[in-house]
Write a protein that binds this ligand. Structure first.
Ligand code: FAD
Length: 317
């Protein structure tokens, strides 16, 4: 079933979460453990991230550095198929512009269609780790809006090869990413929202936001989107802070601010066990307020152990 239908049919806020494919060489068992421990909160859908290749350096004898381009977390499509088969819930694979030309995208969508996957989150992706700015593939898409457009063309039965027109249409529901604190490359939040409008005009049916810690930023973002004519559901992304290191990692990788009260509380903790508790309490308050405001879904970023998400869900759902 499509995410937008889950949202439209829901009588109250939905619980959902995102998982990362395991590192190469590890077992799918850890994904199952994560999902098993969160199933009691009845997620109707689960997102699975997609990871591009990275440039890694290996020290060679004689001090030389060998440069390699590798994918550390392959397997998104297979994991999505396995989840749908085992749990009978919908999997939402993330699909990127980066690393794909338009034909690769079409072929990936055909695979997903064959596997009975009806949802995708369409993203541009970032540059490969080791590069400084995003480069589209030759004949690939530079922005997520163009990827959304290609997916909806397939939904109309339009394929890249002109001889194949009016073939079986696909039937994807497409979500896109939004940034309450602005995408880091955008010159202003208003400009970023204008580009968001292009993703919605291309057919995207809902937005999932970047993680944030200050609900006011989410509420203002929703207000600005509505003022810009964006009417689709906007799903807040929640990440409980769990270690002291997150104080620098989260702003660095996700370009978000942490409220002073949260920073002070984390800094006062004597160990990460205490930080984890602070993170849980902060997220519970955030989620209760968001739920009260009637958000369609509370979407959790898991990134590892999920005991903290269980504790939050227990209080909120
Ligand atoms: P876009 O919507 O294309 O926007 C990128 C930038 O370009 C923005 O600054 C936008 O304002 C600007 N822009 C858009 N259109 C135009 C235009 N026509 N002209 C000029 N500027 C324009 N990354 C992964 O690699 N794998 C994942 O699985 C993944 N999952 C994510 C899930 C969520 C919910 C979120 C919020 C992010 C995720 N990301 C993931 C990160 C994402 O790929 C990056 O944030 C990326 O830098 C931007 O992707 P986007 O789809 O928002 O890009």
């Amino acid at each position: 079933m499509k995410v937008i239908d889950h949202i439209n049919n829901a009588k109250e806020t939905i619980f959902s979460f995102e998982i990362l494919p395991p590192l190469k060489g590890q077992n799918i068992g850890e994904i199952y453990q994560t999902i098993d421990s969160l199933m009691e909160y009845k997620p109707p859908f689960v997102n699975v991230t997609y990871h591009r290749e990275e440039v890694v350096y290996k020290q060679m004898p004689g001090g030389l550095l060998e440069q390699k381009v590798i994918k550390k977390r392959p397997g998104t499509v297979g994991i999505c198929a396995a989840i749908q088969n085992k749990y009978k819930i919908d999997a939402v694979p993330h699909i990127l512009c980066g690393g794909f030309n338009r034909e690769d995208t079409e072929n990936a969508l055909i695979d997903l269609n064959f596997l009975g996957i009806e949802n995708v989150l369409a993203l541009r992706g970032d540059c490969i780790k080791g590069e400084t700015y995003f480069k589209a593939e030759k004949d690939g898409h530079a922005f997520a809006a163009d990827l959304v457009k290609q997916i909806y063309e397939m939904n109309e039965g339009v394929y890249l090869d002109e001889e194949l027109q009016n073939r079986t249409p696909s039937n994807f529901c497409v979500g896109v990413a939004g940034y309450p604190e602005k995408h880091f490359e955008a010159p202003s939040l208003n400009n970023d929202i204008a580009h968001m409008k292009a993703k919605i005009d291309a057919g995207a049916e809902y937005i999932t936001t970047q993680l944030f810690f200050d609900n006011e930023k989410y509420f203002k973002y929703v207000e600005k989107c509505r003022a810009a004519g964006i009417t689709v559901p906007i799903i807040p992304g929640i990440k409980p802070i769990a270690t002291k290191k997150h104080l620098s990692i989260l702003p660095h990788f996700f370009h978000v601010d942490l409220p002073d009260d949260l920073v002070t509380a984390v800094e006062a903790c004597k160990d990460n066990k205490e930080v984890r508790q602070v993170g849980i309490e902060w997220a519970i308050n955030q989620c209760k307020e968001l739920k009260k405001a009637g958000v369609p879904v509370l979407h959790f970023y898991s990134m590892g152990k999920v005991d903290n998400i269980q504790s939050i869900a227990r209080e909120v759902f």
